[in-house]
Design a protein around this ligand. Structure first.
Ligand SMILES: C[S@@+](CC[C@H](N)C(=O)[O-])C[C@H]1O[C@@H](n2cnc3c(N)ncnc32)[C@H](O)[C@@H]1O
Length: 252
């Protein structure tokens, strides 16, 4: 099957172990922000990617592809009700879930600064030029762990789709870069296994937007791989966490 051949070629001797780990249990943590509020369970690698953004109270933050909302919860906890958080997602159904997650899991004082919107992420660069101190682009991706565990998705998986997604990710990243204030920081992330959706997307934007540079990421989860531009957390070496790729970029 195409999926298995593609990743076997890519990961070589590592693939059988990685495949087993991808089929296994993930490593979730509980987020709970107060008595009487609903807990939310998030992969530890996703928590790490959101923390990399380093949002601080008072900042204007955009979570460009935010549903169902796990990383928006982490960002809200960093802002502590000061500044602003725009949690955006284009899909109406997923946005509904996002709104419920935020309302059920966050204290009222933190909710006051959060706005849920439904714009196409591609438009931010044009309509919200240099407007945010921090942007998280947790991009739509092949979601390979999910694909592997879903026969219907495995059926429609193709190398062509990976390429198509990487073009879409590049366009969303260009939009995010243009919406970032000078001096601002952006985190690009996916849960994909292929470098085409990860480092290659970052490599292209660094060529297209010379004002951007890579910021080193400290405190990575145990067993995470360092790649040319970012960090890839994979479940075979990181105790079941991930897959999560993230790269941190700053604007001069
Ligand atoms: C990987 S998921 C985000 C997960 C989320 N950050 C979290 O931690 O819960 C990607 C999201 O991007 C949204 N999306 C896809 N294309 C988009 C676009 N052009 N503009 C805005 N959102 C988009 C999808 O609806 C999906 O919810």
């Amino acid at each position: 099957m195409e999926f298995f051949d593609y990743f076997s070629d890519l990961y070589g001797e590592r693939w059988p172990g990685l495949l087993e780990a991808l089929k296994g249990e993930g490593r979730a943590m509980e987020l709970r922000f107060g008595d009487g509020l609903e807990p939310y369970y998030l992969d530890e690698a996703s928590y790490f990617a959101a923390k990399v953004l380093d949002a601080r109270p008072g900042m204007d933050v955009l979570d460009m592809c935010a549903a169902p909302g796990g990383k928006s919860l982490v960002i809200a906890s960093m802002l502590q009700g000061q500044g602003s958080l725009q949690s955006n997602d284009r899909s109406p159904d997923r946005r509904l879930r996002l709104t419920h997650v935020l309302q059920n899991s966050l204290p009222a004082a933190w909710l006051e600064i959060i706005k849920v919107t439904g714009y196409d992420g591609m438009k931010f660069g044009l309509h919200k030029k240099e407007s945010y101190d921090r942007i998280l682009l947790d991009a739509p991706c092949s979601s390979d762990r999910h694909v592997l565990n879903s026969p219907a998705h495995l059926e429609v998986w193709s190398a062509k789709r990976v390429k198509r997604l990487s073009v879409e990710q590049g366009a969303l990243l260009a939009s995010a870069v243009d919406a970032l204030r000078p001096g601002g920081v952006l985190v690009y992330g996916t849960c994909a296994l292929s470098p085409l959706e990860n480092d290659k997307v970052v490599e292209k934007i660094l060529k297209k937007r010379p004002a951007m540079h890579v910021v080193p990421i400290d405190d990575v989860p145990p067993g995470a791989d360092r790649t040319e531009f970012g960090v890839h957390v994979l479940p075979d070496t990181s105790e079941g966490r991930g897959p999560i790729y993230c790269a941190k970029l700053a604007k001069n």
